[in-house]
Design a protein around this ligand. Sequence first.
Ligand SMILES: [Mn+2]
Length: 350
Amino acid sequence: MRFMHIADVHLGAAPDRGFPWSQERGRELWESFRRCIADANEKKVDLLLIAGDLFHRQPQPQELREVNYLFSTLEKTVVALIAGNHDYLQPHSPYLSFPWNENVVTLFSPECERVRLPELRTEIYGFSYHRREIPEPRYDDLQAEKDDYFKILLAHGGDAEHIPLNRERLSEAGFDYIALGHIHRPQVYIRNLAMFAGALEPIDCDDIGPHGYVLGEVQKKRVRLSFVEAASRRYCREKVEITEEDTAYSVREKIADKIRACGAQHTYRIDLTGQHHPRFRPDIREYMKCGRILEINDRSLPAFHLEELRRQYRGQLIGDYIESFGDGPQGTVEQKALYYGLEALLYPER
Ligand SMILES: [Mn+2]
């Protein structure tokens, strides 16, 4: 038996709100989901597990028709689905009344259900969110039945407001695989047993690193897990170091080079570090045009040559000011005070 585990697709979201590519990014989430379904066919996956938050908010009936159409293109795959905290089941949720294709199994009860798939000798346990938050550790008391079926728990949560998880309890609950959703960075939660698939596509700038899905290969109740990168973009946080020689244009070139090297398709937050010429001013607005950039933080410091300045201005205000810091500034606050003060004294016209 081969399964694919995805989570947190967040269809209906438009990430990077306010940036020119935000709408297009919303379409990319759909496109990534469509590719995933095509992969499931190509890889002859028996079971597609969706561990909550397929939608970013309440799904519209038309959106469910699209999703269901994609499910209907699966040649031999059974789909198992729960609702998470974003797409939780309100009393009149279109999720509940939707006429799903026959290969779709929904675990939409607020209480744990068990679905048996005899042709796969597999059993799936799980339940859905019916409210936005569930602070109770609802997975702690689950126990799988003992028989020779492969037991899967489909679960969503892992923080204080969304079903806190307990590693020990989960590892002793008798499941053979635990398909987790909610935490957006893909990660192993319990070795060979529980994984967060992570968001299929990264949704906000904290979802750094690769994103995709988990593939599982089951043989005689033993599972081999692998992660497949499937997202079309990543969020990256990169440093660009400035030197005293740099000018506004050379810094722009450095940023453009960095983005070229790491991949122009990705979305960036850039930190400028190092030391700039005391009279240099970064042109952040211009630099933002170098790629898909969400934010540029200038953390560079002016390259003051303190010894030289102290000698040059001995007995004058500037010399006294430097000397008032003793052997040098202690900590970042003093350092900022020294640099701001020197800037004001040396370049009062600014
Ligand atoms: Mn969630």
